[in-house]
Write a protein that binds this ligand. Structure first.
Ligand code: 5GP
Length: 192
C-alpha cells in the first residue's frame, strides 16, 4: 500500500508574456517536490519546444477524442487552439506525493476552481500592461496579429485575477519565485 501523503494541486495562472514559464523553471529547480503537469495542445510547437516535455503536441482529432473519453481535468480554447490538462497524469503525480502545478489560462483555471474549491490558486501579474506588451514583443515568438490577440486576452484575464487566492507581481524574478515558495510553505503548514 502506498502510504505517502497526497501532494497539493496548485493552479498557476498568468497572462501570456508575464514570465510564468521562467518562474516555473526556477520553482522546479528549487523545490524538488514540485512537478509541472504537461498539457496537451493543438498549437504547433515553437522553436526549441520538445514534444512530451513542454507540451504533448496533438492533432485536433486526438484532442477531441480525449474530450469524448472524459480524459481532461479541464480544457479550453485559447487564441484558436485547444489546451487541456490530461487527468491521469495529474492524479498519478498527486498520489505519489508531488505538488502538481497546472500552468493554465483563466478559463481552465475557473473550471479547476469549480471542481476543486480548495485548490491553491496563484495568479502572476505583470507590473503593468506596458511591460507585458514589451515582454511579448521582445520574446519574438509570435506574429503581430497573435501578439494583439494575446494582449487582448491578457486584459480579460487580469480582471479575473481577483478570483485567485494569491496574486504575485512579477517585477523581479527572484522575488516572485521566493514569494511563491513561501506561499507553498505556508499552505502546507496550514494543512498539517
Ligand atoms: P502558450 O501558447 O503561450 O504556450 O500558452 C497559451 C496559454 O495557454 C497560456 O496562458 C498557458 O498557461 C495556457 N495553457 C497551457 N496549458 C494549458 C492547459 O492545459 N489548459 C488550459 N486551460 N490552458 C493552458
Amino acid at each position: 500500500m502506498n502510504s505517502k501523503k497526497k501532494g497539493m494541486l496548485v493552479l498557476y495562472t498568468g497572462s501570456s508574456g508575464v514570465g510564468k514559464g521562467t518562474i516555473m523553471q526556477e520553482l522546479l529547480k528549487r523545490d524538488k517536490n514540485i512537478r509541472l503537469s504537461v498539457s496537451n495542445t493543438t498549437r504547433p510547437p515553437r522553436e526549441g519546444e520538445i514534444d512530451g516535455v513542454h507540451y504533448n503536441f496533438v492533432t485536433k482529432e486526438q484532442f477531441e477524442s480525449l474530450i469524448q473519453k472524459d480524459g481532461y481535468l479541464e480544457y479550453a480554447e485559447y487564441c484558436g487552439n485547444y489546451y487541456g490538462t490530461p487527468k491521469q497524469q495529474v492524479e498519478d503525480l498527486l498520489s505519489q506525493g508531488y505538488d502538481v502545478f497546472l500552468e493554465i489560462e483563466v478559463c481552465g483555471g475557473l473550471q479547476i476552481m469549480e471542481k476543486y474549491p480548495d485548490v491553491l490558486s496563484i495568479f502572476v501579474l505583470p507590473p503593468s500592461i506596458d511591460t507585458l506588451e514589451k515582454r511579448l514583443r521582445r520574446r519574438g515568438t509570435e506574429d503581430e496579429e497573435t501578439i494583439l490577440k494575446r494582449l487582448g486576452e491578457a486584459k480579460r484575464e487580469i480582471e479575473c485575477s481577483e478570483k485567485y487566492k494569491y496574486v504575485v507581481v512579477n517585477d523581479k524574478l527572484e522575488d516572485a519565485v521566493d514569494e511563491i515558495l513561501d506561499i507553498i510553505k505556508k499552505e502546507k503548514s496550514d494543512t498539517t
